[in-house]
Design a binder for this molecule. Structure first.
Ligand SMILES: [Zn+2]
Length: 490
C-alpha cells in the first residue's frame, strides 16, 4: 500500500462520515421534519456541509493529495479518487469559505421557500429567494470555469466531467427531432386502443404494492427503507443503507409504482458496488448520468417490458385489486406504456419523457449563461410545453416549480436523465449478448440482471462517463441504440 494513500485515508474517512450525516439530515428534512423545524435542521445541515468542505482547505490534506498525485503505485481507481478530491481543493484555493457557506445558506433557504410556496402555486413569492441563489450560483461557477467553457459547461462539468453544451446538443438534437415527429404518430395509432380505466386505490394499498415491486427488482430491504416525500428520490447514505422515497397519488397508482421502480433502480447500484470501490472511497463516484442510466433501465427497459407484465400484474392483483387478474397481459402492457403528453415529468410515459428533459436543459442552459433571468422562466416554460408537447399548463406548481433540482441550484443535472436513456439502450444491446434478458425477467430473476450489472457495469462506474461506457459496451455513446429501441417499441 502506498504511503501517500495511507496519509489520505483518515481525511477520506472523515469526509465519508460527514457525507453520511449530511445524507441522513437531507433525508430527514425531505421526509420527516415538521415544517416549523426545517429552518433549524437546515442550519445544522449547513454546518456539516461547511465542515466537510473545510477538509479541502486543510494544509496537511492538500500536501497529502499533492504527494499522492505524483505517486505511481496507486491503482487507476485510487488515482481517480485523488484527482476528483483535488478538484475541490482547487476551487477553495480561489473561493473564500464564507462565500461557499453563504451559497449553501441561499440554497437551503430557496429550497425551504419552494416547499412553502409550491403548494400555493406562488412563483412570485418564491422568486426573490431563487433569483438570489441563481445570481450567487453563476458567480460560484466562475471558480470552476475553464478557458473556452461557457458558464453552463462549468455547471455540466460538475455532474458529467468533460461534458459540454455542444456535445449535449449533438445527442439531444437528433433525439428531439425524432420525438417531435414520432409522438403525433404514436398518438394517432393509440386511438384504436381501448384502455382500461385507472381506478383510485388507497395509499395503504399502494404501500403494499411498493414493497412487492421493490422485492421483484431484488432491492435489499435489509439495507434500505421507504418514506414519502414531496419529490421522490433515493439516498445513498452508507454502505449498508440506501434509501428510497416516493409520492402517492390516490387516483393513479402508476405514479408511485414507477417512482419506486426508478428510485429502487438507483439503489441496486448503491447496494452492489464492489469491495474495491467501498474500500477505496470510490463508492460515490458515479456521475448523475451513470446513476440515471441504472434507474431508468429498471424503470423502463425492465419494468415496462412485456416480459415483466405477468409479475407486475400479479402484484397489482394481490395488493391493489383482484380485478387485475382478469386483465389480459396486453391490456396491462398498454396501460403501463400509454403515451400521454402531460405537464408532469415524473408521471410522464417513456416516449415523451426525454422532451421534458430537453425543455429543462434548454431553459437552465440559457438561465445560467445569462440569456434569460429567473423571472422569465415561467412563461418560457409554458411556451415550450405548448410547442413541444402540446400541453397548455396554467399553473407554476405543475410548471417550472415542479421539480426540486433548480430550487437548490442542482443545475446541470437534468441532461443526465436523457443521457441515461441513451446509455441504457446501448447497454441493453451488450447485455443481450450475454443473457436471455426477457427470459430472466419472465422467470422473476431480475437478480441475475443485477448481478450482470455488478460484474460488468457498477464496478466501472467510478470512471469518467466516456471511459465507463467504453468499458461496459466496448464503444463510445451512440444515440442510435436508443432511437432503434424506441422505434422498435413504439
Ligand atoms: Zn433518478
Amino acid at each position: 500500500m502506498s504511503k501517500a494513500w495511507d496519509k489520505l485515508t483518515p481525511f477520506f474517512e472523515k469526509r465519508k462520515k460527514l457525507g453520511q450525516i449530511i445524507s441522513i439530515l437531507n433525508y430527514d428534512i425531505s421526509t420527516n421534519t415538521p415544517e416549523d423545524g426545517i429552518a433549524d435542521e437546515s442550519d445544522i445541515l449547513n454546518d456539516f456541509m461547511t465542515e466537510s468542505a473545510k477538509i479541502s482547505t486543510d494544509p496537511d490534506y492538500i500536501a497529502a493529495l499533492e504527494e499522492a498525485i505524483k505517486e505511481e503505485s496507486l491503482t487507476p481507481m485510487q488515482k481517480k479518487v485523488v484527482r476528483e478530491a483535488y478538484k475541490d481543493v482547487e476551487v477553495f484555493k480561489k473561493m473564500p469559505m464564507e462565500e461557499y457557506t453563504h451559497l449553501m445558506e441561499l440554497s437551503l433557504k430557496s429550497n425551504e421557500m419552494w416547499r412553502k410556496y409550491k403548494p400555493l402555486d406562488d412563483f412570485a413569492s418564491w422568486l426573490p429567494y431563487w433569483n438570489e441563489l441563481i445570481i450567487a450560483f453563476r458567480k460560484y461557477l466562475t471558480y470552476f470555469q475553464k478557458p473556452g467553457q461557457s458558464l453552463y459547461d462549468a455547471a455540466l462539468d460538475r455532474y458529467e466531467p468533460g461534458e459540454t453544451e455542444e456535445e449535449i446538443d449533438g445527442v439531444f438534437n437528433p433525439l428531439k427531432a425524432y420525438l417531435l415527429k414520432k409522438i403525433p404518430e404514436v398518438l394517432e395509432k393509440q386511438k384504436k386502443i381501448q384502455y382500461r380505466p385507472i381506478k383510485a386505490y388507497s395509499i395503504d394499498k399502494q404501500r403494499h404494492l411498493t414493497f412487492a415491486l421493490l422485492n421483484l427488482i431484488s432491492y435489499d430491504m435489509k439495507r434500505g427503507c421507504v418514506r414519502e416525500s414531496m419529490h421522490p428520490f433515493s439516498d445513498f447514505t452508507g454502505r449498508y443503507d440506501s434509501r428510497v422515497t416516493t409520492k402517492y397519488m390516490e387516483n393513479d397508482w402508476r405514479s408511485n409504482a414507477f417512482s419506486v421502480l426508478h428510485e429502487g433502480g438507483h439503489c441496486l447500484e448503491f447496494q452492489n458496488w464492489s469491495d474495491e470501490q467501498f474500500n477505496n472511497f470510490a463508492d460515490r463516484m458515479a456521475t448523475s448520468a451513470i446513476c440515471e442510466t441504472h434507474s431508468r433501465f429498471i424503470e423502463n427497459i425492465v419494468s415496462r417490458s412485456r416480459a415483466f407484465v405477468p409479475l407486475f400484474k400479479a402484484a397489482c392483483a394481490e395488493h391493489l385489486d383482484p380485478e387485475f387478474a382478469s386483465w389480459s397481459d396486453e391490456e396491462f402492457y398498454q396501460i403501463v406504456n400509454q403515451v400521454k403528453p402531460g405537464a408532469n415529468r415524473c408521471e410522464s410515459d417513456e416516449l415523451t419523457y426525454s422532451l421534458h428533459i430537453i425543455i429543462r436543459y434548454e431553459i437552465e442552459r440559457d438561465l445560467i449563461n445569462g440569456k434569460i433571468e429567473a423571472k422569465d422562466v415561467p412563461s418560457i416554460w409554458h411556451d415550450k410545453y405548448v410547442e413541444y408537447l402540446g400541453v397548455d399548463e396554467p399553473t407554476d406548481k405543475e410548471g417550472c416549480m415542479q421539480d426540486i433540482h433548480w430550487t437548490d441550484a442542482s443545475i446541470g443535472y437534468f441532461p443526465s436523465y436523457a443521457l441515461g436513456n441513451l446509455y441504457g439502450a446501448q447497454i441493453l444491446n451488450t447485455m443481450k449478448k450475454d443473457l436471455d434478458f426477457e427470459g430472466l425477467i419472465a422467470a422473476n430473476k431480475v437478480d441475475v440482471i443485477k448481478k450482470w450489472f455488478a460484474d460488468h457495469d457498477y464496478c466501472h462506474d467510478w470512471m469518467d462517463p466516456k471511459d465507463w461506457i467504453k468499458a461496459v459496451t466496448g464503444e463510445a455513446l451512440n444515440p442510435q441504440y436508443y432511437l432503434d429501441y424506441l422505434e422498435n417499441k413504439f
